[in-house]
Each structure stands twice: as C-alpha cells, then as structure tokens.
Design a protein around this ligand. Structure first.
Ligand code: ATP
Length: 308
C-alpha cells in the first residue's frame, strides 16, 4: 500500500494557511497517514444510515502486507449502543478506527455500516457520518467560538455556548481574556490539554454525527473532570441513541459501556459487560485489577466494583 507522509514543517506557513481553510477535523486527525490508494469506486453511493450498526467480518489488515496487525477480526458494534474497545498498548485499537474511516482498505474480510460495505460508499459520506474526538485536538488559528462552531457552521452563538456548557468548558472560556472571542491555536493563547479536549467535545456536540468515536479523548483530564464530562457525554448519547465507541486505556472511563470488547494482538480476546468480564476472570479482569491497584483506594473516588 502506497503511503504519503506529509512533511509538516517543510511546508511551513503556506501549509498552515491551507490547513486552516481546506481540511476538516477528521482529515487533520490523521493527516500523516493520508493514503492515496483509497478512492471512491466509480459507482459509489452515499452511505445510508439506519441505526448505525458497525460490523467487522473476518478482517485482516497490516500496514505492511507481511505483518498483519488485525487478524481475522470479527466484531459487532450494535446500533445505538455505547461500546468500549480496550486492550494492551499496540493491540490495534487505533488501527480499527483508521480502517473504519477508510484511511486504509482491509486486506481480507469486510467492514459494514448498516449492512453496506464501506468500500462501496462514497468516502465523503462515510467520513461525514463519523465524528471523532481524538486524543490531540487540532485547533484553528481563530477564536474559541470559531473553533467550536467548526462542528456546525450554521450554529448560532447560543448553540455554541450551550455546547460549551455541555462539554464543561464554558466556565474556562469565560476566564479567557476575550471570552469566546479569544484567539487560540498556534498563534493564539495557549490553552491546556484538558481545555483542548473539552473544546473538541463541544465541537462534536454541535456536529452531532450518527457515529461517534472517542479516541483516548479524556486522557488529559484529571479524574474528577473526566468523570463529570463522561457523565454528560453519557446522557447526551443516551438521549440521542447514538452509536458510540470509546477507545480507552483507563478502564474506569468505560466500565459502564453496554459492551466492552477486549483486544489482544489484533483479535478479540473476550467481550461482554463489565460484570460479565470480571466474572470471567480473564484479560479484562486482570487489566482492571492492575489499574485499580495503581489507583490505590482513593477515598474521594467512587466505588465501581461489580454490577456498575
Ligand atoms: P495504543 O493503545 O498504544 O495507542 P493501539 O492499540 O491503538 O495502541 P495501534 O495504534 O492500532 O495500537 O497500533 C497497532 C500496531 O500497528 C502497533 O504495533 C504499531 O506499531 C503499528 N502501527 C501503527 N500505525 C502504523 C503505521 N502507520 N505504519 C506501520 N505500523 C503502524
């Protein structure tokens, strides 16, 4: 597979200007992995979303043909459910997300969204249907307001503020020198990683895509802020019945998912709810107890044992 790596620093300011005007968040999210081999089929149709079910059927994929990262992987992310994909570092979690976005095509098997092979639908409609809150959110050299509104250019000021409130970033924004008019990005005010993540969440709340992915999205937040934000995200997802997938290291952020898929070396090691997986006493239970031990019984922390 031919792969184009864009030398970011090389193109300098021209590139930055271009980036601001041309590229959308999802492209930015994985700019260094632009794959020119992936193209629309001649007769590609727009993706038709019904419930938002995602299926991987016997998918095999490697960045190099001789080194599969994902091996004969089958999994179903049910429509309207909150699903977590967890597993040891390097097991292929982010790769699954890249395949779903069709940054790469699978070598074997297929990926279906509501029954449609993603190779048969237009890339544009596919990527529009999926919203990602990445680990590191790209910000535009523009105001805070613009950066949130990017999720939906038609949104009013009130809608932008409402999204910021729901993402727990409104209060921080009010402390900025020019509030929603404060310039951020490379040439603007420096904001914290946690604030950036919450701006990304506001953006996705405004965009309101049918399929949502959170790729370590709350990892820069302290545990307290993370819990508060997660509970808001959860209530929004429930209300709207969106299919959502959380890729997470910290199991505490996803223990309450409808389904937890545990990956190991590119295949599904086990899956189920938190309680089922704890009962199973397998890899998940092992990861859970390792993380609980390292958290070390903080009395301020709520207790998540058992049923959830
Ligand atoms: P982590 O939890 O550490 O983020 P992950 O489960 O998301 O890891 P992936 O990022 O999917 O794992 O990576 C899976 C494997 O694929 C790793 O061995 C990684 O080194 C390799 N890999 C990832 N991206 C590329 C790439 N662009 N080219 C070649 N190999 C890659």
């Amino acid at each position: 597979v031919f792969q184009l790596s864009v030398p970011l620093n090389f193109l300098g300011s021209v590139y930055r200007e271009l980036r601001q005007s041309l590229l959308d968040m999802e492209t930015l999210f994985n700019l260094q992995k632009v794959n020119v081999a992936v193209k629309d089929k001649k007769d590609a149709k727009p993706l038709l979303l019904t419930g938002g079910e995602i299926r991987f059927e016997n998918v095999t994929f490697g960045y190099r043909n001789d080194r599969p990262i994902v091996k004969n992987l089958s999994l179903t992310i049910p429509a309207g459910k909150k699903v977590a994909i967890v597993g040891p570092s390097g097991c292929g979690k982010s790769t699954i997300l890249r395949l779903l976005f069709r940054y790469y095509d699978v070598q074997e098997g297929r990926i279906l969204i509501d029954g449609q092979d993603i190779r048969d639908v237009s890339l544009d409609s596919l990527r529009k249907a999926i919203g990602v809150v990445p680990q590191d959110t790209p910000l535009f050299n523009n105001t805070v307001e613009h950066n949130i509104r990017y999720g939906n250019m038609e949104a009013s000021h009130e809608e932008v503020v409402e999204a910021a409130k729901r993402a727990h970033v409104h209060e921080s924004i009010q402390q900025f020198p020019d509030g929603y008019g404060t310039m951020v990005g490379e040439r603007g005010m420096m904001i914290s990683g946690g604030e950036k993540q919450r701006l990304a969440v506001s953006r996705i709340i405004l965009k309101d895509p049918p399929l949502l992915f959170f790729d370590e999205a709350t990892s820069a937040l302290d545990t307290y802020t993370e819990q508060a934000l997660m509970s808001h995200i959860n209530s929004i997802l429930k209300e709207k019945r969106r299919t959502s997938v959380f890729i997470a290291h910290r199991l505490r952020t996803v223990y309450d998912s409808d389904l937890i898929i545990v990956l190991k070396a590119g295949h599904v090691a086990e899956s189920g709810t938190h309680a089922q997986l704890i009962d199973r006493a397998g890899l998940y239970a092992e990861l859970w107890s390792a993380q609980e031990t390292s958290f070390g019984g903080d009395p301020e922390e709520p207790n998540y044992s058992g049923e959830g």
